[in-house]
Design a protein around this ligand. Structure first.
Ligand code: HEC
Ligand code: HEC
Length: 367
């Protein structure tokens, strides 16, 4: 058989082979290194974050189907408010990822509330409720919503009378709280709405990632996750909700209002405790669905996510991010946008009954 190459070429072949082997080896190494990076990133991510649970029930606050079904109806019912126009869903709209997209929400008779409405999706994960953590859990939050500028009821009895005026609710309360002599109560309203909220989990591709599927995030999202870890965002935004586990001062490096342009200076947790150590401390918000819930911060002072991210780095970490770092972080945060549960996306049909005007409301407020 004719040799494929003249003898004089052997040296060249050997060199070519060596180069080829070298190339294969080095590209294999490159692949191994990338996979190693991905494995390290996943491992590190798992040490800070967790996938969302199936629901947020606890032994004290179970999510029985009857409670959830009742709570879902109550959540969407405006007839329990003093002007008949405000339900939980007025400020936590399904179409806006359970926010109202306003800097500050509007309650009965369009009164402005002092802070921005956070999403209720995954909210049951947080260690406290509200920006200043004044409520222990979603149940206490739901109960207190009945009073104040949101629903505008003067007291719980008035609110309960509104529910009792809608006959279709009595059997639903009975089914949700069997054996109770007086099931329509503010505590059961709170437990039913709380049970519903504890089912409002919105899982995203990030959960698949944490469960061991590196490809669930795009390479750009994984780069953003690396930036999130390396920049120090994770010091505060961790756990299954990427936040919601602690109070931290907003403006560790410099006054937050200089960066956000906030009109009123909110003292945060200090309002609850009166302890100077709590001045300007806020609950670290969870970052799940954050790309879908502008405007940002407790007063909705910042309109876009890139600005919010840049401000965070400045006032919490003393870091001036480059445009590409901001973009990378925002890309990662986009992977936290979850699927809205069907029981939230669609509003329920409510029991029939007209709104009962509040006889004690001053005529001027009965617009
Ligand atoms: C008028 C608008 C409005 C209505 C009505 C309303 N909310 Fe809210 N909600 C807000 C605002 C604003 C906040 C933030 C308040 C704060 O932190 O000071 C909030 C906070 C919350 C939180 C805490 C979330 C967190 O991350 O801390 C939950 C949970 C919640 N609302 C559920 C409900 C439920 C349940 C109802 C009905 C019973 C309801 N809301 C009615 C505007 C509203
Ligand atoms: C030292 C703790 C801490 C660090 C570090 C930190 N944050 Fe925050 N983050 C907070 C607190 C507290 C708030 C709530 C501020 C407020 O509105 O009162 C917040 C709010 C946010 C918000 C607004 C959320 C919303 O719903 O309005 C975003 C977005 C955010 N952080 C992203 C980041 C990113 C990205 C990093 C890293 C560059 C970061 N944070 C670093 C504590 C921290």
């Amino acid at each position: 058989m004719k040799p494929l190459l003249p003898l004089g070429d052997t040296r060249r072949i050997r060199v070519a082979c060596l180069i080829a082997v070298g190339l294969v080896a080095s590209s294999a190494l490159a692949i191994a290194r990338d996979e190693g990076d991905d494995a390290d990133l996943l491992k590190e991510a798992r040490s800070h974050f967790e996938p969302l649970p199936k629901d947020m029930a606890t032994p004290e606050f179970p999510v029985s189907p009857e409670r959830v079904q009742l709570g879902r109806k109550l959540f969407f019912d405006p007839r329990i408010s003093s002007d008949g126009a405000v339900s939980c869903s007025r400020c936590h709209l399904p179409a806006l990822n359970a926010t109202d997209a306003l800097p500050k929400s509007l309650g009965v008779h369009d009164q402005s509330l002092p802070r921005n409405a956070p999403t209720v999706l995954n909210a049951g994960l947080a260690f406290k409720q509200h920006w200043d953590g004044r409520f222990a859990n979603v149940e206490e939050q739901a109960k207190r919503s009945l009073l104040g500028p949101g629903f505008g009821n003067p007291d719980y009895a008035t609110a309960m009378a509104r529910i009792k005026a809608i006959p279709g609710y009595a059997p639903l309360f009975l089914a949700a709280f069997p054996g109770e002599a007086n099931p329509i109560s503010e505590d059961n309203w709170a437990k039913a709405i709380g049970a519903y909220e504890r089912t409002l989990i919105a899982p995203s591709r990030f959960d698949d990632y944490l469960r061991g599927k590196p490809d669930a995030l795009s390479p750009a999202e994984r780069d953003g996750l690396r930036t999130f870890l390396d920049t120090g965002c994770v010091d505060c935004h961790k756990g299954p909700g990427l936040g919601g586990l602690s109070f931290r001062k907003f403006g560790l490096i410099s006054d937050y209002w200089k960066a956000t342009g906030s009109q009123n200076i909110d003292k945060g947790r200090f309002d609850v405790t009166n302890d100077p150590a709590d001045l300007y401390k806020f609950k670290v918000p969870g970052l799940r669905n954050v790309a879908m819930t502008p405007p940002y911060f407790h007063d909705g002072a910042v309109r876009t996510l890139p600005s919010a991210v840049r401000i965070m780095a400045q006032v919490q970490l003393n870091a001036e991010l480059s445009d590409s770092e901001v973009k990378s972080l925002v890309t990662f945060l986009g992977s936290l946008t979850g699927t809205i549960p069907e029981s939230f996306e669609r509003a329920p049909v409510l029991p029939a009954g007209g709104f009962t005007p509040d006889p004690s409301a001053p005529p001027s407020s009965r617009k």
